[in-house]
Design a protein around this ligand. Structure first.
Ligand SMILES: [Zn+2]
Length: 413
């Protein structure tokens, strides 16, 4: 009676512990998935960030180019300004000369007209009248005539020459004005190009400001995800500790329950089919006797890191794969690539073991299952990234991290 009660009590304790362990293990696996998702997002965000930074620096370069173009145009405009000022001065001077020439012309014209009036008034209307009316002497008459005609001729010549001078100054002034107008046009067009460049520069500045804003946001996102992963790490660690504790309690409960029954004392449950020697680390071989030869070591023959050992002896295809120690299944998946059909088990000592390339459909465990040492979890196959039937076996110090893989050989018998 007592024996049976103890046995039932032991089973109840085991079941309770098992259920709790399952719940926690599933959470741990979920946490790991979430962490991996976050890491993917961080990697994407980092790529985005580097794109944004590249775009920003190339836009900044464009702005610098625009700045030097604008400065170049500005210095050309300044040069034009100097030339235009110079021309304005010359035009002013020409105008002054023109005014002077005009005044001189007008004065001489007035003088000539006055002389003509004097001559006309001394006789009647014509030179001939002056001559004919001159009664003093023929000499006077003749000299008077010549005087009058020479004066008239000289006046005409002077006025002609003044007119020519005036025309020349006028023409020079027009030439200056034409040159100035050309420079004015050139200045206007350069100013309009400068204004356009300024508009483009303003747009680019806005773009840079926007990119800076994007940069800030992406960085904040990266920081947030990194922070989230830190707390997930802490949570995973906590869960792992809880799993270990629960496994320890389970072992104790099993030991207590089995004592009075006088059984073999093995902690293996009924489904256990594995066996053989147990190493000092508490591991057995994951494959049956006769197939325990390691065919690929921690490094490939090429020297590349393998991070695992392979059991690939002839005839191994379809052989059972055993849990090397009791534990909780944290991953049981069937992929068509990579590890193919594979299992990860968390052990009470804090280590994880991974079994890969199992036969499709041969999985005998699910995530959260408790497995005993030597329990069959699948069959050897060649799924995923595999060239022939073999068991790929890893020992890890953290479930989801490649870098936490260690050499499995020291852990094996
Ligand atoms: Zn391998």
């Amino acid at each position: 009676m007592k024996k049976i009660t103890l046995k039932i009590l032991g089973i109840v304790v085991m079941l309770v512990v098992l259920l709790q362990t399952v719940a926690m293990a599933a959470t741990q696996s979920e946490l790991q998935n979430q962490k991996n998702d976050n890491q993917d997002k961080i990697n994407d965000a980092k790529e985005d960030l580097s794109n944004v930074q590249e775009q920003k620096s190339s836009t900044q370069e464009e702005i610098n180019d625009l700045d030097s173009q604008i400065a170049d145009y500005q210095s050309q405009i300044n040069e034009l300004d100097t030339k235009i000022n110079d021309l304005n001065n010359q035009i002013e001077e020409a105008q002054k000369k023109l005014d002077e020439a005009q005044a001189q012309y007008e004065e001489n014209q007035k003088l000539a007209e006055e002389r003509l009036v004097v001559m006309q008034e001394s006789g009647d209307v014509s030179y001939l009248d002056i001559m004919l009316s001159s009664s003093d002497s023929i000499v006077d008459m003749i000299s008077g005539y010549y005087l009058a005609s020479e004066l008239a001729e000289a006046d005409t010549e002077l006025l002609d020459s003044l007119q020519t001078q005036k025309d020349e100054v006028e023409k020079a002034k027009t030439d200056l004005e034409n040159s100035k107008s050309e420079l004015d046009n050139s200045k206007t067009s350069k100013e309009s190009v400068t204004a356009q460049l300024e508009v483009v520069k303003e747009e680019k500045n806005t773009e840079v400001a926007k990119l800076s804003e994007d940069e800030k946001q992406i960085q904040a996102q990266i920081d947030e995800l990194t922070e989230a992963n830190k707390s997930i790490d802490a949570e995973i660690l906590q869960k792992q500790k809880e799993v270990e504790e629960q496994l320890k309690k389970k072992q104790q409960a099993a030991a207590n329950a089995s004592k009075p029954t006088n059984s073999s004392g093995s902690s293996n449950t009924g489904t256990s089919t594995g066996g053989g020697a147990v190493s000092s680390s508490g591991f057995i071989y994951p494959v049956p006797a006769g197939y325990q030869r390691i065919t690929t070591q921690l490094y490939y023959s090429s020297g590349a890191y393998h991070g695992a050992v392979d059991f690939g002896s002839g005839g191994i295809n379809g052989q059972p794969v055993y849990a090397v120690q009791e534990g909780v299944v944290v991953t049981a998946k069937s992929l068509t690539t990579s590890y193919g059909t594979y299992v990860i088990i968390a052990h009470p000592n804090g280590l994880y073991t991974l079994y890969a390339h199992g036969q499709a459909g041969s999985l005998r465990v699910s995530e959260g299952d408790y497995v005993s040492q030597g329990q069959q979890i699948m069959n050897v196959g060649s799924t995923g990234n595999s060239t022939g039937p073999h068991l790929h076996f890893e020992v890890r110090k953290s479930p989801g991290t490649y870098s936490k893989r260690v050499d499995p050989r020291p852990y094996l018998p």
